[in-house]
Write a protein that binds this ligand. Structure first.
Ligand SMILES: Cc1cc2nc3c(=O)[nH]c(=O)nc-3n(C[C@H](O)[C@H](O)[C@H](O)COP(=O)(O)OP(=O)(O)OC[C@H]3O[C@@H](n4cnc5c(N)ncnc54)[C@H](O)[C@@H]3O)c2cc1C
Length: 408
């Protein structure tokens, strides 16, 4: 395994770090003030557009995309340290056009889109002019088993007609949201994994209504997580992606990179939490000595450092595997990091909150918001239990094969 950085990736990392220090981190309080003073929690802070322009100027744009023509052309191993740097703050990924769910949607259009779909939707997404959403989860069925998805997509002449309800659809309140990739059933009588399809639905299509925005622990993320009602929503048949029955295949292709990107950014957030924990522990004194002089605090610091290193190595190993054998063959490893990394990062942020006392749960520090976001990663893109199920299945198969081989 070689996790060494190429010259290009090293150079991009240096540039990204400079951008973070000079522009992105100083923009955090500006962003917070713009949100606070806006009439709605779902306004789009103007500072994001300024950061996007600066990121573009500096060539720090679409770093996630492995295709060199439209993106940076980096391998997963090369992108991992960059995603980690962006993960240190919640505004960096959007500033560099590397934020979920748009990255996954761009990858879908890039890989499966027709030339017309690419021109109409991929080009403005790559330019950062519009935003997109991915609509799979439904309130009425357990959506961690995607065979349950019930949204109807019925062919009617030259159109598909969609009926159903979705929720937790990220970007639903973003003022630049223009297009949704919607998963539903085109053929309920087909074999379980061929019933589903994905279609492109412009946000202004009649019959599509954003019913409400769902808060996360009381936080209203500006981009919003929406509940959406589809009532006879009609789109032309050209809006289907890769043909009927391809929904599962596309979902798998989309979720692999999305999951590892979440893990990479989570490590960046936890790294920042550890820095904050050490700063605060050195700064504050109780009972005549700095908080950092207490053995339990030192244990937390030492354990956090090692857990973070373990998480990073596991993510890098998975990135390496994706580069070597492809996303599909690395899917079990992706499942592994998807439950292990958020758990480790949450533990580290929780310790940092504790060391900050009451300040830790306030919004004077980024820790409370970090915790809320990281906690959602144990659900979004598949809950921990489903990823553990995949891993356990494979492990049991491996062990049964071992026993069988030993009997021969
Ligand atoms: C902040 C946030 C953003 C999101 N963004 C999006 C988005 O943009 N688009 C989108 O489509 N969805 C999105 N989601 C939804 C997310 O992907 C789903 O919530 C998730 O897949 C789980 O589906 P569910 O909520 O229907 O839970 P259910 O399927 O009802 O499962 C509930 C619980 O049951 C347990 N469980 C399920 N299966 C098993 C099993 N086999 N063994 C043991 N326990 C099990 C798990 O603990 C699970 O959490 C988002 C969610 C959040 C919180």
């Amino acid at each position: 395994m070689d996790f060494g950085s190429s010259d290009r990736a090293t150079e991009l990392r240096d540039r990204l770090q400079a951008f973070m220090g000079e522009h992105v981190l100083p923009a955090e309080p500006v962003w917070a003030e713009q949100i606070r003073s806006a009439p709605s929690p779902h306004s789009h802070p103007p500072v994001i557009e300024q950061l996007k322009a600066e990121a573009k100027n500096r060539g720090l744009w679409n770093l996630f995309l492995s295709d060199a023509e439209h993106g940076a052309g980096l391998t997963n191993c090369e992108y991992a340290p960059l995603a980690e740097i962006m993960g240190r703050t919640w505004i960096a990924a959007e500033a560099c056009n590397c934020n979920a769910p748009d990255t996954g949607n761009m990858e879908v259009l890039h890989e499966f889109g027709t030339p017309e779909q690419k021109q109409r939707w991929l080009a403005p997404l790559l330019a950062g002019d519009i935003r997109s959403a991915f609509a799979m989860t439904e309130p009425d069925v357990a959506s961690s088993d995607a065979t349950n998805i019930a949204m109807q997509i019925k062919r009617d002449g030259d159109s598909y007609v969609l009926n159903g309800r979705k929720w937790w659809i990220t970007n639903a309140m973003h003022p630049n949201l223009a297009i949704l990739i919607v998963m539903g059933k085109t053929d309920p009588s087909a074999p379980a994994y061929q019933q589903q399809s994905m279609v492109l639905v412009p946000i202004d299509t009649p019959g599509l209504e954003v019913v409400r925005s769902l808060p996360v622990f009381g936080y209203h993320d500006p981009e919003g997580h929406g509940e959406l009602l589809f009532n006879d929503v009609r789109v032309p048949i050209e809006n289907i992606i890769a043909g009927e029955g391809m929904g599962f295949l596309i979902a798998q292709a989309r979720l692999g990179p999305g999951r590892i990107h979440h893990c990479m950014r989570a490590i960046g957030a936890a790294e920042r939490a550890l820095e904050l924990m050490c700063d605060r522990a050195d700064e504050r004194e109780t009972f005549g000595k700095p908080v950092s002089h207490n053995a339990n605090i030192r244990d937390w610091i030492a354990e956090s450092r090692i857990e973070l290193e373990m998480a990073r190595l596991l993510v890098l190993k998975t990135a390496w595997l994706m580069d070597e054998v492809g996303n599909q063959h690395a899917r079990i490893e992706i499942s592994g990091i998807k439950f292990a990394v958020p758990e480790i990062c949450l533990k580290i942020v929780d310790r940092a909150i504790q060391v900050h006392g009451g300040g830790g749960v306030s919004d004077d520090f980024p820790l409370a918001a970090m915790y809320a976001h990281l906690r959602t990663l144990r659900l979004a893109d598949g809950p921990d239990e489903v990823h553990k199920l995949s891993l356990a299945r494979q492990e049991l198969r491996r062990q049964r094969d071992r026993r069988k081989a030993a009997q021969v």
